[in-house]
Write a protein that binds this ligand. Sequence first.
Ligand code: FAD
Ligand code: PYC
Length: 424
Amino acid sequence: MSPPSIGEKPRYSALRLFLEGLRGQKGWGPAWRSPEPKRRYDAIIIGGGGHGLSAAYHLARDHGLTDVLVIEKAWLGGGNTGRNTTIIRSNYFNRASQAVYDASLKLYEGLSRELNYNIMFSQRGSIELAHSAAEMEGLRRVVNAMQVNGIEASLLTRDEVLDMVPLLDPRRDCRWPVAGAMIQRRAGVARHDAVAWGYARAADGMGVDIVQNCAVSGFRIEGGRVTGVETPFGLIEAKVFGMAVAGASPELAALAGFRLPLLCMTLQAMVSEPLKPCLDQVVASTPNGAYVSQSDKGELVIGGGLEHLPSFARRGGLAKTREVVASVVEMFPSFSTLKLMRQWGGTVDTSPDNSPILGPSPVPNLFLNCGWGTGGFKAIPIGGKLLAHLMATGRHHPLSEPFGLERFATGRLIDEAHAGVAHD
Ligand code: FAD
Ligand code: PYC
């Protein structure tokens, strides 16, 4: 059986997998092309992370715009998309945020099938712990706010939590006693690289060009509009541009002549040596500043809060690593014997209200998708869809309307500082 040509939906997948196994997996072709870019496109997206690739996919699929180029400085998904701890949930406080994140969660639920690419979405539930009656009251407010808007979430008693997560320290007099929790059962984790690769393959299949190792180093602006971007291949022109570059957003904005209200900081994560399955949910404690889940390989995937220093170093500091490990071990004493295997960081673009920026930039045909900070992996499906809508129509989709840049002037902020462990 010959390998499917690029973009062709592989049929007979199980048979193909079996046959490839017999011949040592030698028949797989690249999942997307690596074309030399043309001089001119209808649309250019800067940034080949999840949001940029999802936007390219939606431009082609939802709007029939296939003369599209994605330009990536390094490798696809090598930014925060490939560095995050993959938590997908929609337990946010404001109605506008809940609408965006829950639309994204729903898209994730069908994504493996839609892209014909296994993103390994595991809806194992996300538990947010409370350690006191006052913290329980805070969680009750979030659960109420979600239920009012028709989004599933519920409270767990102390006994229910300890039943579900037996490795938590059950003592009432320990440093972080369990008082109860909030659970969103539809929440979970997915394979981050697969999300980027799945979107890349699907977009490529519809004719989108993807170019890696190609940094945008400048904008050509004529008559107040962007007409092209400077790249190692020279100037590449287009009618409309989208920017989805996360931690590089302030730098790119400066090249286009405007400023963004974003601070870039390091968020780190780490994994332990692999263990037999022992933790069935994602467990987070915002008060304690740590969270943990178990990967399919068995490693504990651990993270904590931001390093509150502006930085572009994609490596967390030892002080924060220690703090996070201590927090996890205080909650799960039996994890204290584990070895830490790897630690890394990503540059996250945090906005003043911990909500993303989606909308037109001050340059009319350049549209923004940024400011997701510590929480944008869960939003990749919807973030791309909303950027594509902006680029194709020049107008907001109703879901992105509240997230425009102008909210920092009007004061209509969407405060999500307490929407999770790394969100403040
Ligand atoms: P990126 O994936 O960073 O993609 C941007 C791309 O733009 C990069 O590939 C970069 O190389 C490229 N680029 C930059 N400059 C240029 C240029 N000049 N020219 C061309 N290309 C350029 N979110 C969650 O929802 N759940 C989590 O559990 C979670 N955990 C996290 C844990 C850590 C440690 C980190 C760092 C982040 C975490 N996040 C989480 C946040 C999430 O990873 C990001 O919000 C999300 O991945 C952003 O996706 P993106 O596509 O916008 O950015
Ligand atoms: O968005 O759920 C999240 C998250 C947890 C840690 C970092 N981001």
